[in-house]
Design a protein. Structure first.
Length: 563
């Protein structure tokens, strides 16, 4: 297949002259020649060129050739004659795709363009506008782009009648961006109906037992999901050829709104490899919300960058509710008005493990908010989070989903045996006001995917939680591993992958953990041992600058009212 070239010039005569590139008589026509005439898209202005790059999915652009004296409404003719117009368009094109080879064609030496090309990857200046010069420049830049990439993102878009696959490398190169008709919607509706009431544990016998559908039913559903969602296996193979290993490919399921919250997408399983995808690669969910579904104003959500290490301020909230009964207005739980909860046995141990993870990496210990019987728990929790900012808020305690799908945190009441609650919507609003980047919802009993997605709806950039109830010991193990890796400077996706792996695929909690990430880009290279040493050294030299209170001695206990 011939290359697709984007030719841009405000000079119509130059634009017309370069149409010779499509003339087949200019190429070697011998039987063993691989030379094929490219097909050309000519653009008379910058806006048209940028629009063409946006719509390239079905016919990717191999390279852009810009006339050195190109001008635009924002560039005067005098500046255009020095090359500023061509340079600005090249910058705009690379903002959309960093890996796009850009050739700046000018027969005169323009220092502006020479300096720009010398300091920018995938940009070359040519003085000879011949087929040979253009081809050689493209080949040189392709060799640069063929090196192994540190990561790739694969977003799987699930529509009503279609499934889309967008695969992007770290250098910005788009390997795939397409939508294909699919009959998956009916399948997902059936699975939502099945898994909405589904739980890992049943309590029809003393002490409870695992659901009969674990793991056989989840394995079958996972393989069906793989069949529907990864039909173009070659796209994944192409990604794998461009990165080092499966760990480097970040998968994310994207839906247009909070649809199919109970379908276990995280169970997607590759039957050929006989492995769950989540055991090989970071995996997350993203909810694309329309303006009418957003519960916060534009620009008020926290910011989260893949390049941001989550080693800054951390708040641990412990809801020590004890043994008690919860009633929430007219809400019912499995058809009854009250729900009883037992004491969490590993509350103190979980905090100790999080503290140890931070101390090991020479980070300031977490600040704490201990909620106990007799407290005004809701107000105390809100005051502890305050205006932030927090890199991480970690909640340890029970949560519960009512029959109408509303999710509540379970908090200690004013009296022993009486519990109170906070809706997940209100909690999420508090998190957003506190500029929280990541919520870790370590809620074992009453866990629900609805809680994680409600947080996303409120504009919190990332949240980790459990889809189903899990054993306290498994939740604690997962939380310990996650915090150890985040404290070591690992990016969120990779820290999450390693924490999931520690559970092993035969653990009931393995398929229960979920991660929601709302930002466009969330992948980043793994952190080497040397990088972790650099993180520790930088923190030590900076006086543990990640703590707003100045290091280990500055950590405050919110419950005790210190600081």
């Amino acid at each position: 297949m011939s290359d697709h070239l984007l030719i841009v010039s405000s000079d119509s005569a130059w634009l017309q002259a370069l149409r010779f590139l499509e003339d087949p008589t200019c190429y070697d026509s011998s039987a063993d020649s691989e030379d094929l005439p490219p097909h050309v898209t000519s653009c008379p202005d910058s806006a048209t060129a940028l629009a063409k790059l946006d719509s390239e999915a079905s016919d990717p652009i191999a390279a852009a050739i810009i006339f050195g004296f190109h001008t635009s409404p924002a560039i005067s003719r005098e500046m255009a004659m020095q090359g500023y117009g061509a340079r600005e368009l090249a910058i705009d094109l690379h903002a959309k795709r960093r890996s796009l080879p850009v050739i700046l064609a000018t027969r005169d030496r323009l220092d502006v363009l020479e300096r720009f090309a010398a300091s920018t990857e995938n940009v070359e200046v040519i003085r000879d506008e011949s087929i040979q010069s253009i081809h050689a420049a493209i080949v040189r830049m392709r060799k640069t782009n063929s090196k192994k990439q540190p990561w790739a993102e694969v977003d799987i878009h699930i529509g009503v009648e279609s499934v889309g696959l967008r695969a992007v490398l770290a250098n910005g190169q788009v390997l795939a961006d397409n939508m294909a008709p699919s009959d998956i919607y009916a399948f997902l509706e059936d699975e939502q109906d099945e898994f909405q009431p589904w739980q890992l544990y049943k309590y029809d016998v003393p002490g409870g037992r695992l659901n009969d559908g674990w793991p056989s039913r989840l394995r079958l559903v996972g393989e069906r999901l793989h069949q529907y969602l990864v039909r173009e296996r070659q796209v994944i193979e192409n990604c794998l050829n461009r990165v080092r290993k499966m760990d480097d490919i970040h998968f994310r399921f994207v839906t247009s709104h909070i649809t199919f919250p109970d379908v276990p997408f995280e169970a997607m399983r590759d039957p050929d490899r006989a492995k769950y995808i989540r055991d090989m690669s970071p995996m997350a969910r993203r909810i694309l919300l329309s303006p009418s579904e957003l519960t916060f104003g534009e620009g008020t959500a926290s910011e989260f960058s893949a390049s941001t290490r989550l080693t800054g301020p951390l708040l641990v909230i412990q809801s020590n509710s004890g043994l008690g009964t919860l009633r929430v207005g007219r809400h019912t739980f499995d058809g009854v008005e009250a729900r009883s909860f037992t004491r969490l046995p590993d509350l103190a141990r979980e905090l100790t493990l999080v503290q140890a993870a931070r101390t090991q990496m020479n980070l300031s210990p977490p600040e704490t908010c201990l909620l106990e019987i007799g407290d005004d728990s809701a107000n105390k929790l809100e005051a502890a989070i305050g205006d932030g900012p927090w890199d991480i808020v970690h909640f340890c305690g029970h949560s519960v989903r009512a029959d109408d799908k509303e999710v509540f945190l379970v908090l200690p009441g004013r009296k022993a045996g009486e519990l109170t609650s906070m809706s997940m919507s209100r909690f999420a609003q508090i998190l957003r006001r506190g500029r929280v980047r990541l919520l870790v919802l370590c809620s074992c009993e009453g866990a629900s995917s609805q809680g994680v997605f409600r947080v996303a709806q409120e504009g919190v950039p990332a949240a980790v939680g459990f889809r189903w109830e899990v054993k306290t010991s498994e939740a604690t193990q997962f939380a310990e591993q996650l915090h150890q890796r985040l404290a070591g400077g690992a990016p969120l996706g990779r820290a999450y992958l390693e924490a999931v792996r520690k559970l092993t695929a035969d653990s009931p909690a393995f398929l229960s953990t979920i991660l929601a990430v709302q930002q466009d880009h969330w992948a980043e290279p793994a952190v080497s041992a040397e990088d972790q040493i650099d993180v520790r050294m930088a923190l030590a030299e900076g006086g543990r600058g990640t703590s707003r209170t100045g290091g280990a001695q500055g950590s405050r206990n919110v419950a005790a009212g210190e600081g």
